[in-house]
Design a protein around this ligand. Structure first.
Ligand code: ZN
Length: 135
C-alpha cells in the first residue's frame, strides 16, 4: 500500500478541520507533507497544499498563518520535485519553517516567546485565554 502514513495524516487533518480544530489540522498537515517529501510525491504535496488552503480559509489568527506557511512550503517543494530539483535537506527545511513559526512576540516587551505560551517569561504579560487573531 503506497504511503499509508500520508493518507492517514491527511484524513486526521481533514477530520480535525471538520471539528474546527485548525491547529491540530495544521499539525497533521505537516506530517502528511513530511511523508510526501520523503516519498517524493508531488501529487501528495498538492493534496496537502489544497488542505492547507482550506484550513487557512476556515481558520482565523495564528492557525491561518501556520496553514499558509504549510501551503507555501508544499507548493514550493512540489515545483522543485516536478522540476527534478533535489532539495539538499528537505526534512530539515520543513522543520526549520515549522520551528520559526512556533514563536510569537510579546506585545508588552517585544521578546520572542513560545507560540503556545499564555504568560510571557520575560515580563509576565498574560495573554487572554482566547488569543486574538494576529493583525
Ligand atoms: Zn513580555
Amino acid at each position: 500500500m503506497p504511503a499509508p502514513d500520508h493518507r492517514q495524516a491527511l484524513d486526521r487533518a481533514r477530520d480535525a478541520l471538520d471539528r474546527g480544530r485548525a491547529k491540530a489540522a495544521v499539525r497533521h498537515g505537516w506530517t502528511a507533507a513530511q511523508d510526501a517529501a520523503r516519498a517524493r510525491r508531488p501529487d501528495q504535496l498538492a493534496e496537502v497544499a489544497d488542505l492547507a488552503a482550506a484550513i487557512a480559509e476556515r481558520a482565523g489568527g495564528r492557525a491561518a498563518g501556520d496553514a499558509e506557511v504549510l501551503g507555501r512550503y508544499c507548493a514550493r517543494l512540489r515545483e522543485e520535485q516536478l522540476a527534478g530539483i533535489e532539495p539538499s535537506r528537505p526534512l530539515d527545511a520543513i522543520f526549520d519553517v515549522f520551528r520559526r513559526q512556533r514563536t510569537k512576540t510579546c506585545p508588552d516587551c517585544a521578546e520572542k516567546i513560545k507560540a503556545d505560551a499564555r504568560l510571557c517569561r520575560y515580563c509576565g504579560y498574560r495573554y487572554p485565554a482566547d488569543p486574538e487573531p494576529r493583525r
